[in-house]
Design a protein around this ligand. Structure first.
Ligand code: GLN
Length: 197
């Protein structure tokens, strides 16, 4: 299967590795540019986007990642990873580093303090079968999206899963439920992208 990196600076790396293996990929931890150079796709796990952004600078991965995204590297960002793929963030920290790539603005911690975490069953475009049980933890939503961004799922009116070309993002955590159909969708995106071949 394709070699799919998991950015391993912070977040639930092990759960994504298990999900990717189940979905037919070979997971690889990525902490340095030389490791980034060897993957066919990349997962940005959840965690704290401000911390991950700061660590991307410390590990000198921010510019290499931006270049890889511009060159067509398929990336799946979950929660904090979704924020990192946005072009701008509302309620972010001032100067919080973003990778960008998706033509969208996200709102950080969008669901409010009273509802830090919740779960919902969502129909996700591109994921066949029953609804996806989605776990949201201090999640963002998509506040504004350009025409090239396809909305794959919503909670009420707010987009919570999107795709633009080989970039995929969910506000929720598909690695936590044992249902790895979203990871399978991403592995299909990686396979059909032909990136690096
Ligand atoms: N609230 C976090 C952030 O702003 C995201 C939470 C998560 O990834 N579960 O980055």
């Amino acid at each position: 299967g394709p070699r799919i990196g998991i950015l391993a600076l912070q977040g639930d790396v092990r759960e994504h590795a298990r999900a990717l293996t189940d979905a037919g990929a070979v997971p690889v931890a990525v902490r340095r540019e030389s490791e980034l150079a060897e993957v066919d796709g990349l997962v940005l796990p959840g965690g704290e986007s401000t911390t991950i952004g700061r660590l991307l600078r410390v590990f000198e991965l921010l510019d290499p990642l931006r270049a890889k995204v511009a060159a067509g590297l398929p990336v799946f960002g979950s929660c904090a990873g979704m924020i990192l793929l946005a072009r701008d963030v509302v309620d972010g920290r001032p100067d919080q580093p973003l990778i960008g790539g998706l033509d969208m603005v996200v709102r950080r911690n969008a669901f409010g303090r009273q509802v830090d975490s919740f779960e919902a069953d969502l129909d996700v475009v591109g994921v066949p079968g029953p609804p996806v049980h989605a776990v949201f933890i201090r999640a963002p939503w998509v506040e504004k999206a350009g025409g090239a961004v396809e909305v794959l799922a919503r909670v009420a009116e707010a987009p919570v899963a999107v795709r633009q070309g080989s970039l995929l993002a969910t506000a929720f955590h598909p690695e936590l439920t044992g249902d790895f159909r979203v990871h399978r969708l991403f592995v299909d995106v990686v396979r059909s992208s032909g990136f690096g071949r």
